[in-house]
Design a protein around this ligand. Structure first.
Ligand SMILES: C[S@@+](CC[C@H](N)C(=O)[O-])C[C@H]1O[C@@H](n2cnc3c(N)ncnc32)[C@H](O)[C@@H]1O
Length: 252
């Protein structure tokens, strides 16, 4: 997991759109999945893991009666989240700049989310995180929403041509031995050094196997981020085009 800080730092530098945007409609669309479990008359506590620039955390804090804790490793991304908090007067948003494996909380959460980013490390690392999530959730009613990269996107992405935007290049590849999506970024004009993230991808039944021993079970999974230009966040039913799926988890 040693690539994590360097990769996300450089990705943020190369593509400001990734992490330094405003809260857009697609962020609001994506977080709408939690509304199923959110009775707006009751205050709920939400923990957002790997919150990046904070757009999803802010979108959740904009909903009625939510209290959101966003956890992010990189200072510069926490700083952008603080800007969003200030700009939108989100006093119900707390930002913790920390490694989520090191977190301890006195109070449990109604909802834990992890948008775009699950799969760093090996299966044992994912199980460790899922066990932690289980311990952070309220015993009966707690729900987690984990966005997981699909194995078929990981495989097919290796056939994609190099993406080009301005001087930035992005190339996907696939690690067949370990079923991992590899995503490399570099600049043609700056230092030219490639950085690569490698994320374990899953099919829904593989993900259910991963849950064994974590204290969590799948309630449902739905296609989430989609290929091509259609960003059909949870509204979509296009499994074949799904880059990611969103898995809703509860205690066993
Ligand atoms: C692909 S980004 C997604 C950001 C955000 N969730 C979104 O959807 O816009 C993944 C984020 O997780 C953060 N991250 C990865 N491992 C982490 C850890 N152990 N603790 C806290 N944040 C972590 C990275 O720094 C990065 O900002």
């Amino acid at each position: 997991m040693d690539w994590v800080k360097e990769f996300y730092r450089k990705q943020n530098q190369l593509s400001k759109e990734c992490y330094s945007s405003e809260v857009e409609d697609y962020h609001k669309d994506k977080v709408s999945i939690i509304s199923k479990y959110h009775d707006s008359n009751k205050r709920i506590r939400i923990l957002d893991l790997g919150s990046g620039g904070g757009q999803h955390a802010a979108a959740m804090a904009m909903l009625d009666n939510t209290e959101v804790v966003a956890v992010e490793l990189l200072e510069e991304l926490c700083s952008h989240t603080k800007d969003l908090k200030q700009k939108h007067h989100l006093n119900n948003l707390t930002i913790i700049c920390e490694d989520f494996y090191r977190l301890q909380f006195k109070q449990e959460f109604d909802i834990v989310t992890y948008y775009d980013g699950f799969g760093i490390g090996d299966d044992e690392d994912q199980r460790k995180l899922l066990k932690l999530i289980s311990s952070w959730l309220k015993p009966e009613s707690g729900r987690a929403f984990i966005e997981v990269y699909t194995s078929w996107f990981a495989l097919s992405s290796s056939l994609r041509p190099v993406d080009i935007f301005r001087d930035v290049r992005r190339q996907y590849s696939y690690d067949f031995a370990n079923n991992r999506l590899e995503d490399s970024w570099w600049s043609e004009t700056k230092d030219n050094k490639r950085v690569t993230q490698t994320l374990r991808s899953y099919t829904p039944p593989d993900f259910r196997l991963l849950l064994e021993g974590t204290g969590l079970k799948e309630e449902f999974s739905i296609p989430c981020m989609a290929q091509a230009d259609e960003w059909c966040y949870p509204k979509g039913d296009c499994w074949c085009k799904a880059i990611t799926f969103m898995s809703s988890l509860s205690h066993l």
